[in-house]
Design a protein. Structure first.
Ligand code: TXE
Length: 484
């Protein structure tokens, strides 16, 4: 079904909004209704060539600006984006199917914060010097050059801004390739850049899919670094394309994270905190806690209160303020998640709640599923170790810290986790033994942008955030000046 008014968005290259010369387009659909509401260019290698060329042309003068001048540009972007906060939130909600409350509080708000935070970080950068008795070693953080920024569909503007801000802040120019499923707020951001007069070619954007646009961008000889966020299997392809030309590479990939609940936790905050970790954004966040490990002595009580809490979660119209769960990103993805419900039954699972599609009134054409809680699958089952990336969590009990740690560490991923306990020291020491990049104790997704963000094993390579972002998006040089 085609909506009455199709929004046509374009590539943004060298400061101009242009279609792909071949005129190929891809449809953009509302996950909540299944209706097409926009179209975007289906770009290919020739469009990527033009975009990389524009970025190469712009980089020298942009890189030559003082770091404080670039910080001022980031501030201007933050101000302009903040003025459009509600427009960003409603467009992101429409494009992703997520509830408007989440699009406001997380996606739109954090996108502004990303630019403001890195503006402040740039201003606080001091000249780093290592003094010797007879020499001074000056550290010079130079731009890397031209970068490819490739982002996924779950937190489109949040993750794109998280890369653009430090990348251009450190003097690079970039070519962005947002997910073909959710291109709309990336287009809005380009319109903000255009309105405030960001120098042309500093940020460029090509729409398209992974094969047609993403892959040529990653392997392009004119690209010096790649910052990728997406699935683990795709991350492997990106790494293979980038390796032969030794491009600097950052990979933020998939996760299969544990929420570990000890008997000395505050039960009510654990129930609501673990439910939020499991189902935020319909479980479509790489940090989601989809494996819930509960100490045996409180398992029954936790399970009963948790299931009751999940059953009260409001699924429906994303534009309704009270909605807690919206639609899944696509029909294909919904089928994939429902496939894991069937697999869970084969793996001995018992569905405690959910486990099926739902169809909110007026949204029959959308990709809807009830939040699902399953117990009885083994901790090493496919359902409990593979990334499902939907509103489906599995419950497991444990009798000791050692057992809990063994379960938590027995996946190919190592991104995040949460630990719920009344003993903060135990919480911290237990967390440090987990094979992940991040762990929250008695909270989840409580973010300080200065802290390192990223994972180990199949969850990726490198870290983003604070000085880790500034380090990735620059090349550190040492100038040693010897005194007589
Ligand atoms: O990823 P995909 P999706 C992960 C999350 C899940 C996945 C879902 O865990 O696994 O992302 O997002 C482009 N060469 N994270 O389905 O398919 C593609 O067009 C170059 C982890 O979007 O990997 C899109 O723009 N590019 C994360 C982008 O890659 C290619 C947080 C991602 O697509 C390509 C959020 C190719 N060969 C989601 N193929 C974290 N760890 O922080 C596809 N693309």
């Amino acid at each position: 079904m085609v909506d009455e008014r199709i929004l046509e968005i374009k590539n943004y290259i060298g400061g101009d909004f242009i279609d792909s010369p071949r005129g190929d387009f891809l449809g953009v659909f509302e996950p909540a209704t299944g209706r097409q509401f926009a179209s975007a260019p289906l770009s290919d290698a020739s469009d990527v060539d033009i975009a990389v060329e524009a970025a190469r042309t712009a980089q020298p003068s942009w890189g030559a600006l003082g770091i404080r001048e670039r910080a001022d540009w980031l501030e201007r972007i933050a101000d302009a984006l903040e003025e459009r906060h509600e427009e960003v939130a409603s467009l992101e909600s429409r494009d992703t199917g997520k509830p408007i409350s989440l699009a406001r509080s997380v996606d739109a708000t954090r996108s502004v914060s990303n630019f403001r935070f890195f503006a402040e970080m740039l201003r606080s950068q001091d000249q780093e010097v290592f003094e010797m008795a007879d020499a001074s070693n000056f550290v010079v953080n130079k731009p890397v050059g031209v970068g490819a920024l490739i982002t996924p569909w779950n937190l489109p503007l949040y993750l794109l801004s998280w890369k653009i801000a430090p990348a251009i802040g450190m003097g690079n120019s970039v070519v962005c390739k947002p997910s073909e499923l959710t291109p709309m707020t990336a287009d809005l951001l380009m319109r903000v850049f255009d309105e405030i007069g960001l120098p042309e070619g500093v940020v460029n954007l090509v729409h398209g899919d992974g094969i047609g646009a993403g892959s040529p961008l990653v392997s392009h000889p004119g690209v010096d670094f790649v910052s990728f966020t997406g699935g683990t299997s795709t991350g492997g392809k990106v790494a293979a394309s980038a390796a032969p030309s030794f491009k600097k590479l950052s990979l933020e990939l998939g996760g299969k994270n544990s929420s570990i609940v000890f008997s000395d936790c505050d039960m009510q905050s654990a129930v609501s905190g673990v439910a939020r970790a499991g189902f935020l954004n319909q479980g479509q966040v790489c940090l989601c806690g989809s494996r819930i490990l509960v100490e045996g002595s409180i398992y029954e009580e936790f399970r009963e209160r948790f299931v009751r809490h999940v059953e009260q979660m409001k699924v429906g119209d994303p534009s309704n303020e009270g909605t807690e769960l919206g639609a899944l990103i696509s029909q294909d993805h919904l089928e994939k998640v429902l496939g894991y419900v069937e697999l869970a039954k084969e793996e001995g699972g018992n569905i405690l709640t959910g486990g099926s599609r739902c169809s909110p009134d007026g949204f029959e054409g959308g990709n809807w599923m009830l939040p699902t809680v399953i117990e009885g699958v083994g901790a090493d089952s496919r359902c409990a170790t593979e990334e499902i990336f939907g509103p489906l969590v599995t419950l497991h009990s444990f009798e000791s810290e050692e057992e809990a740690l063994g379960i938590a560490n027995n996946t190919r991923y190592g991104l995040a986790g949460s630990v719920w306990t009344g003993d903060l020291e135990r919480g911290r020491s237990f967390s440090e033994k987990m094979e992940t990049g991040m762990v929250w104790v008695n909270s989840w997704l409580h973010r300080d942008l200065r802290a390192p963000f990223g994972g180990v094993k199949d969850s990726g390579v490198g870290r983003e955030g604070g000085r880790w972002s500034l380090g990735f998006f620059s090349e550190a040089m040492n100038v040693c000046v010897k005194r007589d």
